[in-house]
Design a protein. Sequence first.
Lengths: 377, 185
Amino acid sequence: MNELLERIITLLKKAYSGTITPDEQRELERFLENKRLRAVYDELTKHELLREGIETERLFPYRRAFAVFRRRARRRRVAVRRLVVAASVGLLLATSSYLYLARAGGEEPRAVESPVIPPGRARASIRLASGETVAVSADTLLRVEERGGTSITYEEGKIVYRGEAASGEPVMNELTVPPGGECRVVFDDGTVAWVNADSKLTYPVLFTGGERVVHLEGEAYFEVKQEKRPFIVRARLGAITATGTEFAVRVYREEAMAATLVSGRVRYTGFATEDLAPGEQVVISPSGETAKNKVDIQEHVGWKEGLFVFHRRSLESIMKELARWYECTVSYEREELKALPFSGHLKRYDNINAFLELLRATGEVDYTIHDRHVLLR
Amino acid sequence: MDYLAALNRKEMKAWEFFYRDYYSSLCSRVFRVVKDRDCAEDIVQETLINIWHSTRAFHTEGDLLNYLYKAVHVNSLQHLRTRNLHDAHLARLQQESATTGEELSSLVREELVRQLHAVIRELPPRRRQILQLSLEGLSGKEIAERLGVTIHTVKTQKSLAFTYLRDRLGDLSLLLYLCFPVKIW
């Protein structure tokens, strides 16, 4: 768009100064087929734009304004009015009305007016085979022994299972990550799972048998250790079978299921059978309709790297996801707000306020926070 | 670019030039939205002083202008919101600012006005004055009378003014312009 504008202006200037070549003239004529551009051209040649330039200067003389500016600039730095938001997030209103992108960089001191809702953090709880529940969080030191001798440790932000191959009934553990939480698990085979907020992963502490099976409700990213035995994620709407791959599965209650493949190969089975290639995603609606698409991986696995990424997603859908991570509730004063599409990315570890500030800066949505409840208006 | 570096370093002289080149154009842009001259100037001043006070540095003039135009636009709409203008007005505004052919032409227009005006400023005072009076619709005779010069002088100066304008505008290295960035991220 920039280039288009530049080109048109250049051509007009050349025409005005009489330095336009025949080819350029032809190009300009094409542009001038646009009635409004032709009107501008006429104004240019009739000197109306010149007149306006003089008029504008008269209306808004710069010298006086600059004098004021200089005075204020020299004054001690005062609390700056919260006008333009610069934050470590980026946000665009994805309709064609107007777009606002904030880039990382300038930090403007701002009086915090709303209560802050901080991001989630590493925490989860494991229900052992005995039924006993152990909680883990960033500052927990954990070393537990499960039935059969498998050790469970919590180190460097991940739960690690280590055990000797055994026979008998598989010992099941259930990892529950609450809203506002996240957790990493390393299974005894070396497979790593990143589990997102409001999720539950059920698995044997040791993978015995010819298959490695886990059960997921919620959202998780798997980095499967290459092995002969297939790694299977079972969920409400189907199963994902993989051998040595990286993929994400999302299957929250009452929502569609989605499996996104980053590398390797996986197969979805359930309502249908679909093989995925890297960069592809299979979506299964709650009623069983299946679809396979090519997607922007970052949108679906970005969270694992600490980044929410969304592309033309409805505000409602974005807020639903944020509500899980920030452990808050959301309501809308106007129904129309829900459907507003946005594109952008934000750091997971920022307060939700950073995101809401950007929303506010677009001029489309305002917000108030009260007691971990966000009202959008 | 030296000029940009000076702006980033918060050198007052550079900022003065910046004001000279962009202030009235920014104000008229805001004025179109808020329809109030004092408000328009307030908003532009606030935005500029914020930039001054921030630690933000711009790598290219394009970056600076991008940021500036966005910030000013956002702040204008923000202002309208706080003035609680009727939703319909806001909605209409947002329609207008869509990148349709309409918006493109007004951006083209605005930038041309700005550049023309920048060039006019370069004229020697007398020549500029004669040009201005002529644009206001005064005849050669009237201008000559008002300024106490001969009609011949008026004609010459006018001609020189327009020649200068044309030459300067034809010199395409003239001034950076910027448009409202439409980046689909």
